[in-house]
Write a protein that binds this ligand. Sequence first.
Ligand code: PSU
Ligand code: MN
Length: 304
Amino acid sequence: MSSPIAVSAAVADALAHHRPIVALESTIISHGLPRPRNFEAAKEFEQILLDAGVTPATVAVLDGVPHVGLDEEGVRRIADEDMAKASVRDLPILAAAKRSGATTVAATAHLAAKAGVRVFATGGLGGVHRGASASFDESADLSTLSVTPITVVSAGVKSVLDISATLERLETLSVPVVGYRTSIFPSFWLTESAFELDWSVQDAHEIARMMKSQDELGHGQGIVVANPIPRDQQWDPAEHDRVLTEALAAADAEGIHGKAVTPFLLSYIVDASGGRSLEVNLDLARNNVRLAAEIAAAWSVLTA
Ligand code: PSU
Ligand code: MN
């Protein structure tokens, strides 16, 4: 059976010649960032990669077809259209119905890995939501990474989540988590959370070597690289705590649940922070794209 995934010519060429590639998700563009900044951000993330000599592979489902690598028109569509938020379980449904969807970390990781892309940059990973012991709300990002061989660079998980429970679940799911030049797990807008990591790495080559060992010793899971936003770029912690409390209360009061929770909280927080959280979100995402580029370059040297 031929692959139902449309790999762009640029990504196919880079794959064929073992050149570095970095996957980018589209939910952050469609549902995580406001228009029109979302289009600029999508193009900017791609440009950071191109400037580093890395091929960008933005992932989305367009009219039922999963794409790994978008052209300008595709990027326009994920930024401007009201499309579904697509996790892994939605992929066959969108395909059969010929519908479009912006892929989450889970769906992006799945499609990129299937196409042979090994490194992926995002803002923050999904995780275990607060109150999950009653709601069972845990992102499929976690279970997908336990069965998907891809290295994801993120600024940890958003502080709207239960960070401690998320780290516990990653342990249970046997997903390696390493801090990049830190032994403290970051919390998205903030450089640090209250949680320590067992392992930290100092450079991209060390991560590439881990990926190689993972291929030899692992069971096909991914690797989480936690890359904290530099302290001088983080959100003011006191304002962060205030806005977060407000956002969680608003979600509760409005009875938001399921896949609407993360987009609701992110957009509430952008508004309630007067746009400050958005700037930090963009800074941390750029930072992750730059590190992912270094890892992809190191990986292509190691596997050439
Ligand atoms: N990180 C961001 N912005 C986002 C997300 C992550 O900076 O919008 C998205 C990712 O696509 C992630 C999703 O996979 O939120 C998690 O959603 P859920 O909790 O419903 O699984
Ligand atoms: Mn959820």
